[in-house]
Structure formats: structure tokens, C-alpha cells
Design a protein around this ligand. Structure first.
Ligand SMILES: [Zn+2]
Length: 113
């Protein structure tokens, strides 16, 4: 039963796109440097960005959440709670910037990037 929500989100996306297009059109005008034009464009862009965060949340990305948690930890390897299942997630990072992670649970988070 996601159809009503999909339609709602499509409507929000169209509205925000219209606001962003209006801002782009204002910024493309010959008088775009004017204070009124700059204010109007900035207001439309801020409305779009803020409303997008409120109404169209990003789908959850467990690997990204894990990478953020790991970035706060010192050292070259460690453990952190798995954002997907709350199990133990082992991680390590190499000097070349690669970060490896694997949850103790089979079929859960596992990556190398
Ligand atoms: Zn897990």
C-alpha cells in the first residue's frame, strides 16, 4: 500500500522542481545581480532544500551509517554496532583509504571500499 505515498512524494518532487526551476530562471535573468532577484532565488532554493529534507527523507543507507560511525573512531581497526542488526561489525581501514567492514551475522553488512 505505498501508492498514495508515492503519489504524494511525486507531487512534492514536482513542486520542489518548480521552485528550483524558478530560482534558476531568476539567476539566468540579465538583472540577476539585483538584491531582489538574489533574495528571491535564495529563498526558493532554501525552501526547496529544507522541504526536501522534511518531506522526502533519503532511503536508509546502512553502509553509510557504519562509515560515519567508523570515521569517529581512532585506529586502524575496531568494532562498532552494526546499524542493520545491532550485532558486532568488525572494520579496518588501510593507509590507502580503503575501509573494510563485515558484520558477524551472515547475510548482513559486508563491504570493501
Ligand atoms: Zn549486522
Amino acid at each position: 500500500m505505498t501508492r498514495p505515498l508515492d503519489a504524494y512524494r511525486a507531487g512534492i518532487r514536482d513542486t520542489l522542481l518548480a521552485a528550483e526551476e524558478a530560482a534558476a530562471a531568476i539567476r539566468a535573468r540579465p538583472d540577476a545581480g539585483g538584491i531582489r532577484q538574489q533574495s528571491a532565488a535564495a529563498a526558493l532554493e532554501a525552501f526547496s532544500a529544507a522541504f526536501r529534507c522534511e518531506a522526502l527523507p533519503e532511503p536508509r543507507n546502512a553502509v553509510l551509517e557504519a562509515l560515519r560511525a567508523i570515521s569517529d573512531q581512532p585506529g586502524e581497526e575496531g568494532e562498532t554496532p552494526c546499524p542493520e542488526c545491532a550485532g558486532r561489525l568488525r572494520w579496518s581501514r588501510a593507509e590507502n583509504g580503503h575501509v573494510w567492514g563485515a558484520c558477524e551475522a551472515a547475510d548482513c553488512l559486508r563491504w570493501m571500499m
